[in-house]
Design a protein around this ligand. Structure first.
Ligand SMILES: [Mg+2]
Length: 228
């Protein structure tokens, strides 16, 4: 079996957050900036946490040169709010097929199973720990590594290759995501992409974006067959 790095997206791919992440981010943005409307028009899917805040600051008419400390403060406030928002969201859950797929991959030899996510690393943990799957991911590329999705995916891929002790040309890298942004990030680093149509985008759109394979959800046997 060819050594393989798996980079899983979180929101819309592993979990259905039931709006908890959006509520925590909107509350944090309002707390720090005083603007409770700017994030409403922004579709978060596929965006990294700092990119969401930055986009909100543009909508709010704030000058770009002030972004860095405000983004840091909003994300800290978001992390303080996130656990309570999750606890108050009964719909917060894993997507179907995720637990079974992770179990099936866990014993695959020469596999590095990690995250490739627009969440900051602490936010990723806060979302995955209540669902009992945080420890399934030994490493990741996160928005706390870089705001740009292709760059953070590349960082995650490199960490996975290091864990496998292999050179880049020996390793297959597969991004598992739910948006065209995941597909494009995979393409940007020469990785494959398994796309799941479990959020805003249907399989045809994801296929059109260039996904190597697009499935309705991770219970599709084609997903595991492809990943193994
Ligand atoms: Mg996603």
């Amino acid at each position: 079996m060819r050594p393989t790095v798996y980079l899983f997206d979180i929101d819309g791919t592993l979990i259905d957050g039931g709006g908890s992440g959006r509520r925590a981010m909107e509350g944090a943005f309002a707390e720090i900036t005083g603007d409770d409307a700017a994030l409403r028009a922004i579709r978060f899917a596929g965006m990294t946490d700092p990119a969401i805040v930055r986009a909100g600051l543009r909508v709010a008419g704030r000058p770009a040169h002030e972004d860095a400390p405000i983004i840091e403060a909003v994300i800290e406030a978001y992390l303080r709010r996130l656990t309570a928002e999750i606890a108050a969201t009964p719909e917060f859950r894993l997507h179907v097929g995720v637990r079974e797929l992770l179990a099936a991959l866990a014993d695959r030899p020469h596999a590095a199973i990690g995250l490739g996510t627009g969440n900051v690393e602490r936010g990723a943990r806060l979302k995955l720990e209540p669902l009992g799957v945080a420890d399934a991911f030994a490493f990741g590329g996160y928005a706390s590594d870089h705001e740009d999705r292709p760059t953070l995916i590349g960082i995650g891929a490199q960490r996975g290759r290091t864990r496998l002790g292999r050179a880049p040309d020996e390793v297959r890298v597969i991004v598992i995501g739910d948006t065209p942004k995941d597909v494009h990030a995979a393409q940007a680093i020469g990785a494959e992409c398994l796309a799941v149509a479990t959020s805003f985008y249907d399989a045809a759109v994801l296929r059109g974006a260039g996904a190597t394979l697009a499935v309705a959800d991770l219970t599709d046997p084609a997903a595991l067959a492809y990943l193994r």
